[in-house]
Design a protein around this ligand. Structure first.
Ligand SMILES: [Zn+2]
Length: 400
């Protein structure tokens, strides 16, 4: 008779309960049927030394067993400190019936000696569960995720998704987020981690930035993240350092300089705008230099990574300090006409690997924009996903 340890059943059976041994099943074996010993590999242990401690069922030879193991397992991967389980005969504890070598949380090697020698690498069955969570930052993102019972490995993953729009060094208490995720569990309920993000938003400085992983075509290898309007999240550089402007001079190798009245290369792009207009850093980074020179006037140079730097000239006002971390779109100064300038404008300079280049001609690592048709199906696809995020947010953060 099989016996299940169902909670409800034991509740109803209040009178005399006869203590029954619970059935333990794992790694494809019913532990109760064997004499089971869990052990740890010591340094110098091999499958041969493990087998030496036992006798084998009739007609099986230790050498054949180790040969069979070699066929399906790279014995170089055997490590001291790893667990193994021996299953021997219930009456004759010396007679080995099976051996399980636990390689990691998921993978294990079964050496089954019950009939013939069968050696197989196996993986524990897992299940994927889906849930939507929302929280307000209290401590770091990792700490907040941990409190939700979500793997903290998700924090750097989120920072990656928002690398071009949020400075994760600057997120703070009160910033909010919601995520719909798929998480992996073993069948016994043990948590394995995040399998996939289906949708999320991060509310940074009061602005919600949604992110939905999406492939524009079947043959696209990786997902790109798009916001609720279908705009790609990966836009390393803004198109211009100003919101509204007039492009007055493009990058060129030679032009007639309006102030110096001679032909000169123009290693920048000029954007004219009224005096005082906010100048924005086109990408996140660290302020490399601020200062004044006769030609540049007040200027700010921002280093974005090992490859890219940008510089903004002729400012009427500098609003950042050297060494300061800035996020994409942050105002770093105001339009002016300091230095060699005929009128208020910003001269925008762009370096790639230390060489000044024309950003308007550069192929930048940006998300491929959607076509109108693609956008239609995308918006249809994200509708329920966005609703899930919004619904849980409304529940979690009552004010919405
Ligand atoms: Zn210029």
């Amino acid at each position: 008779m099989t016996f299940s340890c169902n909670q409800e059943k034991s509740k109803t059976r209040t009178k005399k309960t006869i203590k029954k041994e619970p059935i333990i099943k794992d790694y494809g074996f019913t532990f109760n049927d064997y004499n089971v010993v869990r052990d740890t590999l010591q340094s110098g242990d091999t499958f041969s030394t493990i087998l030496e401690a036992f006798t084998l069922p009739d007609s099986l030879k230790s050498h054949d067993v180790t040969e069979k193991i070699k066929d399906s397992f790279n014995i170089k991967n055997i490590r001291a400190g790893k667990e193994f389980i021996t299953f021997s005969d219930k009456k004759n504890k010396k007679e080995l019936k099976a051996l399980v070598y636990i390689q990691d949380k998921t993978n294990y090697l079964v050496v089954d000696l019950r009939d013939s020698i069968v050696v197989q690498m196996k993986a524990k069955p897992t299940v994927i569960k889906r849930r939507t969570v929302a929280a307000e930052l209290n401590g770091s993102l990792s700490e907040t995720l941990d409190k939700l019972g979500v793997s903290t490995a998700l924090a750097p993953q989120m920072a990656q998704i928002y690398a071009y729009s949020i400075d994760f060094f600057k997120i703070q208490k009160g910033d909010k987020f919601a995520i719909t995720l798929q998480e992996k569990y073993f069948e016994n309920g043990d948590y394995l981690g995040v399998e996939k993000i289906e949708a999320c938003y991060f509310e940074y400085k009061g602005k919600k930035i949604y992110a939905f992983p999406y492939k524009l075509s079947e043959n696209q290898k990786y997902f790109e993240y798009y916001d609720e309007d279908g705009k790609g999240l990966k836009n390393m550089f803004l198109k211009a350092p100003l919101d509204y402007f007039r492009l007055t001079s493009r990058f060129s190798r030679a032009r007639f300089h309006p102030v110096q009245l001679r032909w000169k290369a123009h290693n920048g792009t000029d954007y004219a705008a009224p005096h005082g207009t906010p100048i924005k850093t086109t990408a996140s980074g660290v302020v490399e230099r601020t200062g004044y020179t006769a030609g540049n006037g007040n200027f700010v140079k921002v280093k974005h990574n090992g490859m890219y730097s940008t510089q903004y000239l002729h400012m009427s006002k500098i609003l950042v300090r050297t060494g300061q971390r800035v996020s994409q779109g942050q105002t770093i100064g105001r339009v002016g006409s300091t230095g060699l300038a005929t009128g208020p404008h910003v001269c925008y300079r762009f370096w790639k690997n230390g060489v000044q280049v024309d950003p308007l001609r550069l192929k930048l690592p940006n998300t491929e924009p959607m076509s109108k048709k693609q956008k239609g199906s995308y918006l249809e696809y994200i509708k329920p996903l966005k609703k899930e995020l919004d619904d849980i947010s409304a529940k979690t953060f009552k004010e919405e």
